[in-house]
Design a protein. Sequence first.
Length: 316
Amino acid sequence: MSLLNEYVGGVTWGFMGRRGTWALDSAATSMELMKSVTGANWTAIAFSAFQATPQSTEIPYWELPTVTDDEVLWAIRKAKSLKLKVCLKPIVNCADGTWRAHINFFDKDVPCEPKWSEWFRSYTAFILHYAAIAEESGCEMFCIGCELVQADRREAEWRTLIAEVRKVYSGVITYNCDKYQEDNVTWWDALDVISSSGYYPEHDWEAQLDRIEAVVKKQDKPFFFMEAGCPSRTGSAAIPNDWTLEGEPSEEEQSRFYRAMFGSCEGRDWVHGFMLWDWPARLYQPEEAPVNDDYCMYGKAAAPVIKDYYTSKING
């Protein structure tokens, strides 16, 4: 399967979900609303497993609060019942709250210290577990990692992991690098699709797209933004990746960001779409939308902007 001639009009679903919050009527309704409100044709089903700290080497993906395999399979089946194509996206996070980009170890293995070799052994088991589920359930795409900035430099380990994934999964494989990191990943050639997090300031899109375009053309691979979005909060359009930014709720801020992002990407035919961030399994009530200042677009002014754009791209 190739994405060269297919537009990814996607939304990320379920990321903040914890065990017991999927496979419910409320979660089903959430996904149905995501499809109808945004006009999406794809979804990234995203969930987290947790290592204790950035220097931990064990990822116990089978433990609470990670959703169960049955919940993951439920979400995939639900998405497919809505005629959505699916990218399965397991994410490692740190239970102590440190951002996963800071997972890091010494470049050389040192006795009595945590090691990259130990971490990648556990990470590989984690990823292969869900790659097998993605294959079994017919997911069209599988994402092998998300924003692991310090780990990006471990080229040999990533190439080995990708080869192992290909033994159990036959669909499209991508990696979601972090914003500003597209030209730092040296192993894009081993993947099917390049993807990254598009949290760029509303007035900086053209410059960043120029930079990313050079990478895409050099690699001659399809590209889309595996994440992109903006909180509905005053000030967020200038720094959309900062979910802790203080500000008043603002639907206009969010919709302005989307108009800027879509407007800039419209002129770049190598941008094959987005998996917008994000849509929770447990959705707020529509009357709460004006005071909700998170990334979700439900009930907000950005929703029709997204649906109009997606409809034009998917049906165009």
